[in-house]
Ligand binder design. Structure first.
Ligand SMILES: [Zn+2]
Length: 267
């Protein structure tokens, strides 16, 4: 549940789209008689391995959420009330807590200082709602503390948007213009930027969850060991989706790096 409005399903769709695009690129470059010489097995391993990992991560989030969104927390507070309590007790008074309209669309928007909670988490009093609300507050706390990885991530949102676009358009264009080396170099650079962005996202997400797990019992918002375990399961499953995205982008980056460095022409 990242800040900046990137939702779980969007994230998965983006991974799927990247996979399809990379595969299309590979097929054109290899079979389109453009002279790409590389190990197809390695490519398919990355493409399908990344997809499998992402599917597994999304499935785990949905399973953990399905389980714990039905278990009421012991305080009876809604996600919105949990978030309000954490922000107030942390001296954050300028962040708005608003209901979103998408399931699992919870995120903190640092530009508008808005904490968006999905409908079930906003008005529901489940232990999952408390955990996710606290995680998003973790991002607000990072923002308040000018936590360096969050600052870096915010600063690179535009660049990574550009890299994502580049991955789609330029390489395919390059292939049709029979500029294989250029297309491969662009693909490598764009995946490098996406990989670095996903890398910076990891400490941001893990730290937000660590803050949530600390502050919930501190403020008496969760009281039992079972509640703590439930929060851990929900937040750890969510973290895995970010790990999957990073591993996939690292795979693509290394693949294109090796192809570019090793020379890509078939003799
Ligand atoms: Zn997050």
């Amino acid at each position: 549940m990242a800040q900046g409005g990137r939702l779980l399903n969007q994230r998965f769709n983006a991974i799927l789209a990247n996979d399809m695009n990379a595969t299309l690129f590979y097929l054109i470059a290899y079979y389109g008689d453009l002279g790409l010489s590389s190990n197809g097995m390695v490519f398919y391993l990355i493409a399908f391995g990344g997809l499998g990992l992402s599917l597994l991560a999304v499935w785990r989030v949905k399973a953990a959420y399905a389980k714990y969104s039905g278990v009421p927390n012991s305080t009876g507070l809604t996600g919105a009330q949990v978030a309000a309590t954490i922000l107030q007790r942390s001296g954050i008074y300028d962040v708005q807590i608003v209901p979103g309209n998408q399931p699992l669309g919870d995120h903190y928007d640092p530009l508008n200082k808005t904490l968006v909670l999905s409908p079930d988490n906003y008005s529901g009093n489940s232990v999952a709602a408390a955990g996710i609300a606290a995680h998003e507050c973790g991002h607000a706390l990072q923002h308040q503390a000018a936590y360096a990885p969050l600052t870096l991530r915010m600063a690179s949102v535009r660049l990574v948007g550009f890299a994502n676009m580049t991955v789609y358009i330029l390489p395919i264009l390059g292939l049709f213009l029979h500029q294989l080396s250029l297309a491969l170099t662009v693909m490598c650079a764009a995946w490098g930027i996406i990989m670095l962005f996903n890398l910076v996202t990891l400490p941001v997400e893990f730290d937000a969850s660590a803050r949530a797990k600390r502050i919930l019992p501190q403020l008496g918002l969760i009281r039992t060991q079972d509640e703590g375990e439930a929060v851990n399961q929900v937040l750890d499953a969510a973290a895995l989706t970010y790990v999957a995205a990073f591993v996939t982008s690292l795979g693509y980056f290394l693949y294109y790096l090796l192809v570019v460095m090793g020379g890509n022409r078939r003799n």
